[in-house]
Design a protein around this ligand. Structure first.
Ligand code: NAD
Ligand code: MG
Length: 428
């Protein structure tokens, strides 16, 4: 068999770099076709020199020009593209077998869908695309016979623990029933609890972006690090798991497990619980999906349970982590509610990282944006996937506008959103 030809969307990020680390260990098995970045042309230049892809894409046009100029000084033949068209073109190119979807946030949706529509093998790290467009995404996977493999450590663990790696995505109408027939009772997602698990509740408002981004177990990009600190990451993952595996929210449980050694579990009818364990290192799930169904070295240290000594578990504290409950509620609500939740959260996290919003303001801004957006939401019956996608993208745009507007109104106030507005949170 020839080498697997891979495009990495978001190559300069934490997942992209980990993916390249695994690929570099197995040059006989993998060949890089394209690498992409948003604006970071310097990092992309360094990676292009090392991996010599056919194409490099910078979304930002000026960054792409700079990259071209620098590449012209080398012997490399790499062509440079820019913009979202560039991303979509390398995600769907004929030469490509596999697409690592590791752009952060809603920006990952269209390029990942381009790979889906081209029937590629997709290694999905960009959970936001499933959160925004879960049903549409999964129906396009089925329609175009793409192979969707989960990179997110929890979903990858579930994939390894579910029976026969069988997906209800092959028949989404069956949904949970298909799993129930196979004896599956429940999916149990583990959450580390992030850096503020045991922090005094009264101190949370003063937490800085630097503190929120120093995760105890995983080294990740800034957005997902903040999401881990609020537990919105686990909320997004509950939604991701529900769409990916066709499982109802009441069959998904979240357990806080601070050591992050068990990455998730499947509970079966006969009382068996299957778990996937390992050191917290994203190269494990990345290597698993790159090589699946084979196994390759990932550069990850073997797990030494006697050194770890103990594994702890506790129920999530919803007062400390209101985002988790909001995500469950958005999933129950369905339609565009998860897309609204996602857009509001992206704005809130960005505002927090820009120090325009206190840490506790993230969940407050999401709650009030969700509440207002859901009231204004139109129920639209879609005749085709294109109109459904346009509706999702429009919802994303409108929600962002609203969230920034609500934020601007509240600027200057340490308590970002008024209490009377917050009291309507229960309605979603
Ligand atoms: P990151 O911030 O480290 O990297 C993001 C990548 O996306 C970069 O290459 C960046 O250039 C690119 N990008 C950013 N904005 C873009 C835009 N508007 N258009 C095109 N490209 C853009 O993020 P990360 O931590 O690697 O996370 C990537 C995705 O993987 C996220 O969806 C995250 O939730 C998911 N994920 C990450 C981890 C992890 O350990 N980092 C684990 C599980 C899932
Ligand atoms: Mg995860």
């Amino acid at each position: 068999m020839g080498r697997q030809i891979v495009t990495i969307l978001g190559a300069t990020g934490s997942i992209g770099i980990n993916c390249l680390d695994v690929i570099a260990r197995e040059p006989e098995k993998f060949q890089v076709y394209a690498l992409t970045a948003n604006t970071n042309w310097k990092k992309l230049l360094e990676l292009t020199k090392q991996f010599q892809p056919s194409t490099a894409v910078c979304v930002d046009e000026q960054a792409a020009e700079k990259l071209s100029e620098e590449l012209a000084r080398t012997d490399l033949k790499t062509q440079v593209l820019y913009g979202n068209k560039g991303l979509e073109s390398v995600a769907s190119a004929n030469e490509v077998d596999t697409v690592m979807a590791s752009i952060v946030g809603a920006a990952g949706l269209l390029p990942t869908l381009a790979a889906v529509k081209a029937g590629k093998k997709i290694l999905l790290a960009n959970k936001e695309s499933l959160v925004m467009a879960g049903e549409l995404f999964m129906s396009l996977v089925q329609q175009h016979q793409a192979l969707l493999l989960p990179v997110d450590s929890e979903h990858n663990a579930l994939f390894q623990c579910l029976p026969n790696h069988h997906y209800p995505q092959q028949d989404p109408s069956k949904g949970y029933i298909a799993w129930h027939d196979l004896g599956v009772e429940k999916l149990i997602l583990t959450a580390s609890g992030g850096p503020f698990l045991n922090e005094d509740l009264g101190c949370l408002a003063n937490k800085t972006p630097e503190q929120a981004c120093s995760h105890p177990n995983w080294e990740m990009g800034r957005k997902i690090s903040v999401d881990s600190a609020t537990l919105m990451n686990k909320g997004l993952e509950v939604i991701e798991a529900s769409y990916l595996y066709g499982i109802n929210p009441d069959k998904i449980e979240v357990v806080v497990h601070p050591q992050s050694i068990i990455h998730s579990m499947v509970s079966y009818r006969d009382g068996s619980v299957l778990a996937e364990l390992g050191n917290p290192d994203m190269r494990t799930p990345i290597a698993h999906v790159l090589a699946w169904p084979e196994r390759i070295y990932a550069g990850v240290k073997a797990l030494e349970l006697t050194q770890i000594g103990r594994l702890d578990f506790q129920a999530p504290d919803h007062e400390r982590f209101p985002c988790l409950k909001m995500a469950f509620e958005a999933l129950e609500q369905g339609g565009t509610a998860p897309a609204i939740l996602n857009a509001a959260n992206e704005v809130a996290v960005e505002a927090f990282l820009q120090k325009r919003l206190p840490f506790t303001g993230i969940s407050e801004l999401v709650a009030v944006t969700l509440d207002k957006s859901l009231k204004e939401q139109l129920k639209i019956i879609h005749t085709d996937s294109q109109s459904e996608l346009e509706h999702i993208l429009e919802t994303d745009t409108q929600t962002r506008k609203l969230a920034w507007k609500l934020l601007d109104k509240a600027v200057g106030s340490s308590k970002v959103i008024a209490d009377e507005q917050l009291s309507s949170r229960g309605q979603i």
